[in-house]
Each structure stands twice: as C-alpha cells, then as structure tokens.
Design a binder for this molecule. Structure first.
Ligand code: ADA
Length: 940
C-alpha cells in the first residue's frame, strides 16, 4: 500500500498476535482480562484458514500490546476489515462493536490512556442473523473469520483530517474537487501539547498535486467537525483510463496532519448502451473475483493480488467484478495502477423479501455501503457500484430496499453509475433504478446445453433492450465448473474442455458474432472455497466453487488460454460506436401507434377505433355502432418465403404481375405488400393478420411440402423473415394500423423439431416484438389450434393457453394475446379465459345467422369476461347482399376479417393469400370488401 501519511504518526499493528480459542462462548459473557492466550495468530489473516483452526467456527480473542506516545492528542485504531463480528477492548474496557467484514472502521481510544496498553479484540466467525445480518451461511462462498485486513494505530494531534475525497469535475481542462472532512479538538488550550488549532486564524491548508502546491491558505478553524472544499484546475494533468492508467499524487495538509492519496482524473458516464470513460466507449472484458485463497482465506497477500492482476492482464482483461463484497483497497490500488476497471459491490447474495423487508437488514446494508464508498471513493479503477447480487429484484415487496440502497449510493456519490446483478431479467421490477443493466445467467451449465447459449443470451438482451432501451448491458456472470486437471475424452461437465468450449461460445457470441454488450464478467477468476453444508457441497465438488479459469492456487485451467486468445483479439478492436441492439430489424424508435382494449372495444392511441361512427344498415336503416371494432383482412403471406428448393419454383411471378415475370422473390413480395398498405388503410382497414409461418399459399391444401417458417427447427428466429416483418410492422405503426401477428400455423408447425423448440420460438417471437418497442401489435398464438394437422401437443386447443399465458407473462402484460379456432367453432373455456380478445373464423359457416349465433355463443362461454370479439378469417364474399357475414358480425358488435385466396382459373390480381399476389385492391372481390368497409367505417 502506498504511503498515506507523512506527518501523521501511523504504526502498523500487523504481525503475530496472541490468540485464544473461545469456541461456543457468548461474547457478552467473556471477561477479557481473564483469558489465557495460548496460541498465536497472524494479522492480517484468517484463523480458520490456519491449519490449527481450519474450518472451525467460534468466538476467538486476539491480543497485543500497543504503545501510545505521551504527547499525542488522540489515539485511534483503524481496522481494515474484521470477519465478521468483533468487539474491541483497550485495557479491558469495551470500546466498540463492528459487524460485517470487508470494510474499514476506526476505534477511538480514550485520551487518558498513555504508554503501553492492552488491545484485545473478540472476533467471531459464527453465523448469527441478528448480530451479523450481512453474512449468512447459505451464500456461495466460505466466510472465513479473523482480522483479515491490516490494523494501524494512528496518533492524532488536536486537529486532524477525517477523510479526503477527490472527484473529477471536468476532464477538459482536468479539474478535480477535493473535499476534506476534519475535526478540531475543542477548545484548544495552552496545555494542549500539539496544537496548531487556532480559532483566531493561523491554520495552514495546503493542497499539492505531484509535488506542486496548488492551494496554500491560512484559515480559521473552529473546534468541532468541519468540511473544506476546493476545486482545482490542473491543466497539465493526464487523464486516467484503463489503457493509460495515469495517476497523480495528491497531498492534503491541514495544520500538522496530512493525507496522501493517489488519484486518477477520469469521468465515467453511460450513454446510449455504452459505458464511457472520458467520453470514450469501453468494452469491459473480465471476471468475477472472489478475494480468497485456500492458504490465506480472505486475507489475500499483496503478492497474490499482484499475481492476480498479472494473470488478468495476461488474459487481456480490463475488468473485475468484485463478487460479492468490497474488494481490498490494496487490490483497488493495484487496479488503479494497472488499468483494471472494478465493479465494487456491497455484500449480498440471493436475498428474498424476508431480508429485504427487514429494517435491521436494510440498516446494516446502509452502514456497510457508507463504509464501502468511503474505502473506495478515491480509486479511479472503481468505476461503478453494485449491490445485492441475485436478490429478489422481481418481487415488488423488495423494491423499497433497492430504492433505499441505490438511493444511498447516489447520495454518497453522484459520479459513478450504479447497478446490480439480476438473475430475473424477464420479470425484474427494479431495473429502472439502475444506470447499467447487469444479468447473471448459466445456460449450458445449470440448464440446457452449450448450443443453447447464443439464443438464451439473445433472448435476455432483447428483453432488456425492450424494457431498458438505452442502458448499457453487462453479462455479469456466466460460466462452467471445471476441476483442475480433469481432462477427459467425453468433455462433459466438470472437465476443463467443457469449460473452455462454453466460455469460447459465450465470448464469441457476445463480442465477435455480435457486439451489443458493454461488458462481460465471466464467472469466475479463481476457484473459491464455499459452504460445506450438505445441500451445497453435493453440487460443489471438493467444497469449492470450481468455475474459476484458474484454480484456488491460481494454476491455469485449459480455459485460461481460450479466454486469453479471445479477449486479446477482441481488445484490439474498439467497441462499436453505436452498439446494435438485439433487434433483428430496425432499432426501436419512438412508436406512433398504441393499441389498447377497454371492455369489448379496441382503442388506438387512447381513442376508440372509428370513434363516433354509426352505420345504418342499408336494408333496414337500423343503426349499428362501429366505434371500437377492428375490421381486418387476412394478409398472412406478407413475409412468405419457401426454403424448399423443389417447391420454390411454384411461386414464380407470372407475366401479369405488376413488375413483370420473374422467380419468386420474398423481398419483392414484402415491398409490394408495404406499398399497398396505405390504400387498405384509406379504405378503413385498421388491422390485418400476418403469420410467422404464413398460411396455405393455395388457400386450402391437403399437403404442404413448402417450407415457410420464420423459425429455425430449434425455434430461433430467421433474420431475413424478421427483417421483412419489421418493414411491415413499422409501416403499420406509421399508418396507425394494428396488425395481428400470428406465431404458428398448422401447415408449418412441423418445421419445429420438438416442444422445447416451440416454446423457444414463442419466447423469441415475443422478445423480438418487445425489443422492437412495438405497442401496436396483437398476438394470435396459433392459427386454428383445433386443426388436427398440428403436430405439437402444446399448440393444440387443450394446451395452447399455456403458451398464451407465457407470452403474457414474458411481456409483462404488454402484448395482448389470443388464438383462433377453425371456422364455425366457438372457443372452449380454457381459450376464452386465456384470451385478451376473442378470434373467430367464419369459413364454412352456412350463413349470417350462424355468424350472429357464434358471437352470442362465444359470449356465453364460461370464462368470457366481456372481451372484444372479432372474426379474423372468413371466406364469404356477398358484400352487396342485404345480409352477409360482415354485416352479421356488425349486428353483434364484432369485428370481421376478409379472407381471400385465388380460385381456380383466376389471375394474379385475385386473392390475398395465394403467392405471389397483387397486394393492391385489384379485383372485384377485393373491391367489394373494401367498398362495404368504407361505407361502414365512413372512411374515404
Ligand atoms: C450465482 C452466484 C454466484 C455463484 C454462481 C454459481 O449466480 O451469483 O455467486 O454462486 O451462481 O457458481 O452457481
């Protein structure tokens, strides 16, 4: 640790202390003057890492004699960290208790004590949720006990500096603010031995940077606590950055006291998905690091810390997440010097509402956060604060705790972004509180396989992107266990090759195949000992968390070289200036059209559709309410393609196609579709159904050998299909239309290999819609889910509600969901219950009376709660008749949807479902529908 004081008398108390094992004793019952100290223990050190006391939990006592010079003002003992509860005594008198390891605290001594004195510290490493709420047995790391960081005796005069905090105000010109908190004894008196305190003037304040005095003043210092603040412009100073970690030495002197600190001038900001240091985007590549070692426990010696930095640098890292507690300031100092950015985190691990709604727990966290901030404040390497690893951020009951803790961090330090690692990315309710979104996940380890990792990461990023648009994203944990030396031809879990393969997949996907993440912290740098509770150790061979790329003694595993190769390769390219969000089409932009349901009516942008419109039936003059209905047409082939080369030729453009003959062209098809949309909209069409697997390109078909699916067999999204869909949905958004996006079609669900793929496809489609920021789409989970041609059980009528609910949950209710059934079928209770709006099909219905009856019956199904009802497929065309299906639907206040396919002998202008097609209003049938629509809706 670099020198911190020149004037102040500071004595290190590190070394071998006398030690007594007190085991089960209650600290309140211990007479510290009557103890027998028959062992010795190293300070700093962990008594339970030492062979004599390895693995033991209990109360202990440490003792040593200190010498307080006569002629000093105050004595103060500064403990760098004690695990995890202690009580400090001087000459048998208790002075203070402290709970919680990993942070510094001070004990002020009685001014009357001079000469030699006996310092005894009771140290307890037992778990006790009342006394030490921050250290709980279930955490996934071993809680070593002891005086784990250095101890110092400070001898203070009558005026002393409590702390100095330095922050960067500007980088051009480099400008820092220095805040000195001091205390002056009251009142200074003639017999005060050292006493520059001068209440009438005469105390010197001096601030020097790299030896150059920048402030030199004489001040009046009144007794008591005080704060001095000076802003220093230092034009020649060099900035700190991970690639050029320039440091400056700041010396603050007040009277006879001083504090020396090494500072880095740098600014951390977040903007548009990026983390910037001094305005330059950085890509954070690194590891989670537990500060632990089998021989030293948490009291990792500086040589090991330096070796850690060496290995991190060797692997091309510029980032460490201090999991899951504040890192030793000595480590931060090394990170300052070597350009490693640190996420400094308060203690926390998987807390539920039980803790997070407990005032005492939250209070302990707040105190701990104060200490963490004060320890790390001046370290330029500490670029962000974190809290509460993997806690219940998805439980609204926990939100107040997140608000309190993150609020405290912002209050203490407005210069650093805040974050927490969430393992509930899909239903997190606190992410709006952070500056950087961080997610932990373990695909390929705790669930599914390495091959599933890219899709899982994409899903998470897409979701986060949709909800937390412009925030940077850090993958804050991902990894696999590997037992050091275990290389086996099967390369299964726990082998070094498995870990290598998994990490290679992750890094490639995040930074080579894509470039959307602001950072990655691999879980983890070194293996670390963990809880030996049975439920834990059975999944943690050797009692260690084995996911390190080096073992606990820092011996590299196979993955070390993989990470090294990839990080070094990636590190040579700058992060993209405008990172691509995980939207396969356009970037989410401000959307224009927002659909909602109120009762049985649809609203667009807060207004009923066709607001105020009444239509008088021509035959009878009876008034019908049109407002709130959704008239639509079945246009499911807007993104059609055929990936089967043997059938693709069927869809060649004929001579009579506008634009002429040519081979099938999916982009041309989508372009023609988009070009026709304004005409539909002008005629009163507010909605159309489009499907990720289309519909029969022949209207009705027995067999469907063509391959038209926006999903890969495993349920991933096809970029080409989704890009086409984005063009259509973007245009609809501009036009104020509300498309119904269907996910599955019975003629193509066979393209998905199994149920897991169907689920994956559902999630992917949902995440994609959200990631696009769409607020104008309705979801039709499956087209005609009672059709016997569906292969996957989960898509059939009796189970499809599972997926509908999944879409709703995943979108946090933002997507309105339904499904349709075959013509003439009234939906069963499970589907009515699961639907936000009800879709009916009118094909095969014998006449308008049955249409009316279907709507009536639907409204009587158990589970019906007044949702809007609409037909979104009906192949009836008697638009000029006095009564027809469309009018019948209107009679019952239900929307209606036109379904038109090309009939035998017809040309390219006919039909909307037969590809390729003229998407314009190009035939008598189409004109019939659009005329009646125009009349009904009053659109011109
Ligand atoms: C969690 C947790 C880590 C560690 C890891 C694992 O995500 O945040 O502390 O326990 O899992 O190895 O499973």
């Amino acid at each position: 640790m670099s020198e911190r004081n020149r004037q102040r008398r500071v004595t290190s108390l590190d070394g071998l202390w006398e030690f007594a094992w007190l085991g089960d004793l209650d600290p309140d019952g211990v007479d510290v003057t009557a103890l027998t100290f028959d062992e010795v223990m190293v300070v700093p050190g962990c008594f339970d890492a030492a062979p004599a006391r390895a693995g033991q939990r209990g109360l202990t006592a440490y003792r040593r004699i200190i010498t307080l010079d006569t002629g000093i003002g105050h004595g103060r003992i500064v403990f760098g960290g004690v695990h995890h509860w202690c009580r400090v005594f001087l000459n048998g008198v208790p002075l203070r208790d402290h709970a919680g390891g990993f942070t510094r605290f001070a004990v002020d001594l009685d001014d009357a004590v001079r000469g030699t004195a006996e310092l005894v510290v009771l140290v307890d490493n037992r778990f006790d949720a009342d006394r030490v709420p921050l250290h709980l047995e279930y955490f996934d790391w071993y809680h070593y006990g002891g005086i784990t960081r250095g101890v110092e005796l400070h001898q203070l005069g009558a005026l002393w500096i409590e702390d100095v905090r330095v922050e960067t105000v500007e980088i051009e010109p480099p400008t820092v603010r220095v805040r000195i908190r001091y205390r002056a004894d009251a009142p200074p008196s003639p017999d005060h031995i050292t006493g520059p305190v001068n209440i009438t003037g005469g105390t010197r304040l001096e601030l020097a940077l790299d030896g150059h005095v920048l402030v030199s003043e004489t001040l009046d210092i009144a007794p008591g606590f005080g704060t001095l603040e000076r802003t220093l412009e230092v034009p020649g100073a060099e900035l700190w950055s991970p690639s050029d970690p320039h440091l400056h030495r700041l010396e603050a002197r007040l009277g006879d006291d001083d504090v020396l600190t090494r500072i880095g001038i740098r600014q951390v900001t977040v903007h548009d998905r990026q983390i910037l240091i001094n305005g330059e985007p950085v890509r954070l590549l690194g590891f989670n690091r537990h500060e632990a070692h089998p021989q030293f426990g948490h009291a990792v010696p500086e040589a090991v810390m330096l070796a850690d930095i060496q290995q991190l640098r060797d692997m091309g890292c510029n980032f460490v997440r201090g999991s899951h507690y504040p890192q030793d300031p000595r480590f931060l100092e090394l990170c300052d010097a070597h350009g490693i950015c640190v996420w400094n985190e308060a203690i926390g691990w998987q807390h539920t509402a039980e803790h997070l709604t407990d005032d005492r727990f939250v209070e302990s966290q707040l105190q701990h956060i104060d200490e963490m901030v004060s320890d790390a404040y001046n370290h330029p390497s500490a670029i962000m604060w974190g809290i509460l690893n993997e806690s219940h951020s998805h439980d609204p009951a926990c939100r107040p705790a997140y608000e309190a803790l993150l609020g405290r961090l912002r209050e203490l330090d407005a210069t650093r972004p805040v974050t927490y690692a969430s393992n509930h990315p899909f239903d997190d309710v606190c992410m709006d509180l952070v500056d950087i979104v961080s997610v932990n996940c373990y695909p390929g380890w705790y669930g599914n396989e390495i091959e599933d990792i890219p899709a899982e990461i994409d899903r998470i990023v897409a979701h986060v992107d949709a909800t937390q648009r412009t925030k940077p994203f850090i993958l804050s944990e991902i990894g696999a266990g590997a037992i050091y030396g275990w290389r086996d031809a099967h390369a299964a879990r726990w082998t070094e090759p498995y870990q290598s393969r998994l990490l290679e997949t992750v890094i490639r996907h995040l930074f080579i195949d894509r470039d959307f993440a602001a950072g990655l912290a691999i879980w983890q740098f070194c293996d670390c000992r963990t809880s030996e509770a049975v439920y834990k150790i059975l999944g943690r061979p050797r009692g260690f968390n084995n996911k390190g790329v080096v073992d606990a003694y820092r011996r590299p595993k196979q993955a070390y070289d993989v990470v090294k190769r990839l990080f070094n390769e990636i590190g040579t390219t700058p992060p993209s200036q405008a990172p691509v969000s995980l939207t396969l089409g356009a970037q989410p932009a401000d959307r224009h059209t927002h659909v909602a349901i109120e009762g049985d009516a649809f609203l667009i942008n807060g207004e009923l559709t066709y607001a105020g419109r009444i239509y008088r039936r021509p035959s009878s003059g009876e008034p019908r309410n049109v407002a709130g209905l959704l008239f639509n047409a079945r246009m499911v082939q807007g993104i059609f393609d055929d990936l089967n080369p043997t059938t693709r030729t069927l869809w060649a453009y004929p001579d009579d196609a506008p634009g002429g003959a040519g081979p099938w062209d999916p982009e041309r098809n989508t372009s023609d579709f988009v070009a026709a949309m304004p005409a539909w909209r002008a005629a009163g069409l507010l909605s159309f159904t489009i499907n990720l697997q289309g519909g029969s390109p022949q209207g009705y078909s027995q067999h469907q050998p063509w391959h038209n699916s926006a999903f890969t067999p495993q349920g991933e999204l096809s970029e080409a299909y989704m890009a086409r869909l984005a063009r259509i949905l973007d245009a609809a958004d501009e036009l104020g239309m509300v498309p119904i996006v269907g996910y599955f079609y019975f003629g193509q669900d066979q393209r998905l290999v199994d149920e897991a793929s169907v689920i994956r496809a559902t999630d992917n489609a949902t995440d994609w819609l959200l990631s696009q920021g769409y607020t104008h789409v309705l979801v039709e989970l499956g087209n005609e889910v009672d059709n016997r041609k569906y292969d996957h059980a989960i898509l059939k009528a009796d189970r499809c509600h599972e997926l509908m609910q999944r879409v709703r949950d995943r979108s946090g209710g933002r997507l309105l969901v339904s499904t349709s059934l075959c013509g003439n079928v009234v939906p069963p209770p499970n589907l009515v219950t699961a639907s936000d709006f009800i879709l009916l099909h009118g094909n095969g219905v014998p006449g308008p009376d049955r249409i009316r009856e279907m709507v009536d019956e639907t409204r009587r199904v158990v589970g019906y709660r007044g949702q809007p009802v609409l037909f979104n497929e009906d192949d009836h065309f008697d638009f000029a008749a006095d009564d027809n299906h469309m009018l019948a639907a209107l009679d019952r206040y239900a929307g209606w949807g036109y379904f038109d396919f090309r009939m035998p002998g017809e040309g390219h202008d006919e039909g909307y479902q037969s590809v390729p097609v003229n998407w314009m209003i190009s035939s008598e049938r189409k004109r019939g529908f659009f005329k009646l629509l125009r009349d009904m809706t009053g659109e011109r």
